[in-house]
Design a protein around this ligand. Structure first.
Ligand SMILES: NC(=O)c1ccc[n+]([C@@H]2O[C@H](COP(=O)([O-])OP(=O)(O)OC[C@H]3O[C@@H](n4cnc5c(N)ncnc54)[C@H](O)[C@@H]3O)[C@@H](O)[C@H]2O)c1
Length: 256
C-alpha cells in the first residue's frame, strides 16, 4: 500500500523504538518523514536507512521540551518538504519512583518530555496541518495511563495526562478535519522497555515474564504499534478521534 504518497509526517522520538518503526513504516508507504530526536546520531542513522531504501527522510535534532527547538523543527520540515500532514509524538522517558522517592527534577523532566512536549509540538504543527485542509496527530501514551504498576508516579501521571490532552485537542480541532488520537501500548520490545526490564532483574528473564503476563504470550514489536499509527493517520480512520487506542496483547483485559 502507498497510503501516504505526497504527504509529510513528523515523528518525534524517531531515532529509536516505536518512533523509528513508525518512520520506517510511513516512508515505505510513500510519506516524506522528519525523523526528529534529541539523539541526532540515532535520527541520522534512521533517516539514512530510509533513504538507502529509496524513501525520503530528514533527520533533525530537536528537544521536545524546548519551545524554540520545536518551532525550528516544524519550520525546517516545511522548508524541506513544503507541507505537513501528520505527526506521531513518540519522544518519551521511563522513570520510576513514588511521591516520596521522586525528586522534583525527575518529576519535571518526566512531565516535560512525556506531556508538555506534546502540547508544544501540536502548537506549531496544527497551523501547518490546517493549511493542508486537515490531517492527523497520534500521541504515544501507555497502558500505564489507564492502569499502573507500583513505583511509577511521574510516568503514569504523564501518560494519563497524554490521554486527556489528546481528547482536549481532538475536541478543539475536530471541525477542522484534524484528528487527534493516542495509542496506549502494552510492553513493546524497544531500548526503553529493555532499560525498564534491567531495573527489575536479568533483562531477558524479566522480558520473558512480562511477555507471559500478556494474554497473547509475548511482548509486542515496535512495528505493531507503527501499524496502528499509520491506521490512525489513514483515511480508514476518518471517523475516529479523541480516543486512547489500547494495543496491548490483551494485558488490560485479563484478570491475573
Ligand atoms: N516500549 C514500551 O514498552 C512502551 C510501552 C508503552 C508506552 N511506550 C511509550 O512509547 C514512547 C516511545 O518509547 P520507546 O519504547 O520507543 O522508547 P525509546 O527509548 O526506544 O525511544 C524514545 C525516543 O525518544 C527520544 N527522546 C527522549 N527525550 C527526548 C526529548 N527531550 N526530545 C526529543 N526526543 C527525546 C529518545 O532519544 C529516543 O530516541 C514513549 O512515550 C514510551 O513511554 C513505550
Amino acid at each position: 500500500m502507498m497510503r501516504f504518497k505526497n504527504k509529510t509526517a513528523i515523528i518525534t522520538g524517531g531515532g529509536s523504538g516505536i518512533g523509528q518503526a513508525t518512520a520506517i513504516a510511513a516512508a515505505k508507504e510513500g510519506a516524506a518523514v522528519v525523523v526528529a530526536d534529541i539523539n541526532f546520531e540515532n535520527a541520522k542513522v534512521v533517516a539514512q536507512s530510509i533513504e538507502d531504501r529509496g524513501g525520503q527522510a530528514l533527520p533533525i535534532k530537536s528537544d521536545v521540551t524546548k519551545i524554540q527547538e520545536v518551532e525550528d523543527m516544524v519550520t525546517s520540515a516545511i522548508e524541506h518538504f513544503g507541507r505537513l500532514n501528520y505527526v506521531c509524538y513518540s519522544a518519551g522517558l521511563q522513570t520510576y519512583g513514588t511521591c516520596e522517592t521522586t525528586d522534583e527534577r525527575n518529576w519535571d523532566m518526566t512531565l516535560d518530555v512525556n506531556l508538555k512536549g506534546m502540547y508544544l509540538v501540536a502548537k506549531f504543527a496544527i497551523p501547518e496541518i490546517r493549511k493542508q485542509g486537515g490531517g492527523a496527530i497520534v500521541n504515544i501514551s501507555s497502558v500505564q495511563g489507564i492502569r499502573c504498576q507500583k513505583n511509577v508516579l511521574a510516568y503514569a501521571t504523564s501518560k494519563g495526562g497524554a490521554i486527556a490532552l489528546t481528547r482536549a485537542m481532538a475536541m478543539d480541532y475536530a471541525s477542522e478535519n484534524i484528528r487527534v488520537n493516542c495509542i496506549c501500548p502494552g510492553s513493546i520490545d524497544t531500548p526503553l522497555l529493555r532499560y525498564g526490564a534491567a531495573q527489575h532483574g536479568p533483562e531477558e528473564a524479566v522480558l520473558q515474564e512480562w511477555g507471559s503476563n500478556h494474554p497473547i504470550g509475548r511482548i509486542g514489536r515496535a512495528a505493531e504499534i507503527a501499524g496502528t499509527v499509520l491506521f490512525l493517520w489513514s483515511d480508514s480512520a476518518q471517523f475516529l478521534l479523541g480516543q486512547p487506542i489500547v494495543v496491548d496483547g490483551g494485558l488490560t483485559s485479563v484478570i491475573l
